[in-house]
Ligand binder design. Sequence first.
Ligand SMILES: Cc1ncc(C[n+]2csc(CCOP(=O)(O)OP(=O)(O)O)c2C)c(N)n1
Ligand SMILES: [Mg+2]
Length: 597
Amino acid sequence: MDISSARPAEGNEIDRPVPSAPSNRVWGSDAIAAMLRELDIPYVALNPGASYRGIHDSLVNYLGNTRPRMLLCLHEESAVALAHGWAKVTGRPMAAFVHSNVGLMHATMAIFNAWCDRAPVLVLGATGPMDATRRRPWIEWIHTARDQGALIRNFTKWDDQPASIGAAQEAILRAWMIANTAPQGPVYVNFDLALQEDEVTELPPMPAIARHAPPAAPEPAGPLVQQAAVLLAGARRPVILAGRGSRDPAAWQRRVALAETIGARVVTDRKSGATFPTDHPLHVGGTAPIADADVILSLDWVDLAGTLRTAYAGKPVAAKIVQVSVDQYVHNGWSMDYQGFPPVDVYLLAEPDAAVPSLLAAVRELRPNPPPLPEPGPRPGPPPPSALDKAAIIQVPHIATALHAVLGDAPATMIRLPLSWADGLWEFRHPLDYLGTDGGGGIGSGPGMSVGAALALRDSGNERLPVAVLGDGDFLMGVTALWTAVHYAIPLLVIVANNLSFFNDELHQERVARQRSRPVENRWIGLRMADPPLDLAMLARGQGAQAHGPVDTVSRLATALREAIAEVRRGAVSVVDVRVAPEYDRAASSGVLRQSQ
Ligand SMILES: Cc1ncc(C[n+]2csc(CCOP(=O)(O)OP(=O)(O)O)c2C)c(N)n1
Ligand SMILES: [Mg+2]
């Protein structure tokens, strides 16, 4: 199945407009909307505003709210997060429309998340007229800024404010190409209100899409591939750091073949989506083999320098390093999301998916007989089902146990897992088994990104159960994204690992208090969401979703999940509020205490 071609099914349109009477009259915004259709952009997630009322009208009354279809969101942050979630599944952008400067301000964190996650999103915006004589009193003055794109220029790949209809079409086309070219990322096109609302005598000719298509991913230079292959084929203790990667099953298979050909231990990163089977004998949880490696292959690993520094405890890096990444093309001086500066011996300036085929071929030449696979090591795994009968209080690993019990072997996509979810609780055996995190560490993206990803899974006809396990803080900051899922009939299971706290920061406050010999028992102050506890189920139900909980006894967990999953299979959005202990002890859990950020 080609996941990148996910499309809304015809015939089940929601919000179908009354058809417009045939007319020869057209406006600037019609030409802009037509360009979105020409590019086959499936959806425009939006929160409305008068600055783009012209294009809004064109989407509804000129294009009939189909190709693209509108997805009304209750906040601009969720509109962009939805598009980000869609991109995480399909690898392709959809559009998010945000109103003038204020909507863009609401959207900024989500745009930053997409930027750090190298996720393509076409952000469309609008401004009051640049021609001051055409501004409506007051409102169009406050909603007009001289350089609106400046708000987000530091974390977008490109932005533009075109001054004519032809330029607007070209800007959309260029933005599309840039967003789709690796390293992918968000782009922004801002439309002047006057440009949208002026009537035009005729539509300009549509630019030739095929001649402005995103370029194919370049392959790395042959001699460098050979150098890398010599290092890898000759390595005695090679390690592959499988970082950012696509959802393409064929690329996944080639990654596995490369590791097997050289007998490399493979380390994965929960920040990125699934890139290697976690139950493969060569996969290792944690980063222990790194310090002992003689050759390390980084497949666009996020923060290679930081990982090496931790593994080598600050000592010089002894291993030879092969880096495969094009990430430096988007590094700028504002955001340090480019991370540390790693030492590299062979640098393949290519996307991993484009480099692995030639690397694989070259190492196979040098090493035709793959070494035997190691015996699988002990795997932490979730607590056994019997733990559900015994435990007095729900801990996050019990959620994994209960989900396993209910789902069996049925496929699921873990769209998001919270910080409290330890590695090893869930195996990833397919690129769509797990989609990674938010990119920019911006809390509140969970609900919106989950809805966008669930939409892409639905539209690709995927049978996978869309599951998002979210922290209560993340859930609450973005909760109104759920309404969009309910309204557009996007099935989604949300499990809230609810510790009644922005608990990540309790760990930080505890750390600081210890350093300063101050009372650690105060760590919760300013962080706990209790007295009163928020009724998360009510917040979900209030938006038309199904809801369960609070589930606070282990014995009810599997039952609640079973009911919720049945609802999702019938097409619903279902939220299960699970009251979890903030911390859990090593003996009861998989052995890994929660990470913090
Ligand atoms: C927009 C934003 N605000 C604040 C933070 C700081 N922060 C990081 S994790 C976290 C707590 C998240 O709470 P929750 O989702 O409930 O997860 P928990 O740590 O409780 O498991 C906070 C506030 C952030 N990363 N992003
Ligand atoms: Mg919490």
